[in-house]
Design a protein. Structure first.
Length: 168
């Protein structure tokens, strides 16, 4: 298969997987008593894409998942929160990708999750026109670290398998 076509197929496949995970997670009742807290399982795909594919491929997968997820879920306002969080997460993982090796994908995911929450808080501050939302930051940081650790470990295992498939 031609190299560009193969890459496009992998990008489309990962986008479809991330979107499917996102939609399924919308229907999982996760009640930890903290509004807005979720695992963010679709970010497993983002972590893998950042470490295995080019930044352009990873950005395309992320943006397609966020936009289509916003459309499919019907939560257009949530689209802004996801976009801001996703882009900050993505940028932070691009930086950490240069500093970490592949055995530390889980750590990049933790850092990305914290930046994701910062992006969401920035949108919340803009929407509510108050910085008081940042009082929520410590709670979101703890939940982000835990969720980022979970998705990062899953991404660590997934990346090893995806690399084997890509090499074929």
């Amino acid at each position: 298969m031609h190299k560009n076509v193969r890459r496009l197929v992998f990008d489309a496949l990962l986008t479809a997987i991330a979107l499917t995970i996102f939609v399924i997670e919308l229907h999982i009742p996760l009640s930890v008593g903290i509004p807005g807290v979720k695992l963010g399982l679709a970010n497993i795909v983002t972590v893998v894409a950042v470490f295995i594919f080019t930044p352009a491929d990873a950005a395309g997968i992320l943006l397609a998942r966020i936009l289509l997820g916003g459309i499919f879920s019907g939560q257009i306002m949530a689209l802004w929160y996801s976009l801001a969080g996703g882009l900050l997460c993505f940028c932070s993982m691009l930086v950490t990708r240069r500093l970490l090796d592949r055995s530390q994908i889980w750590l990049a995911s933790v850092i990305g999750a914290v930046f994701h929450n910062i992006g969401q808080l920035l949108v919340a501050a803009a929407v509510t026109r108050t910085l008081a939302v940042f009082w929520y930051f410590p709670i979101l940081t703890v939940s982000g670290i835990l969720a980022g650790l979970f998705t990062g470990v899953a991404g660590q295992f997934t990346a090893a398998r995806v690399e084997k498939v890509i090499r074929k």
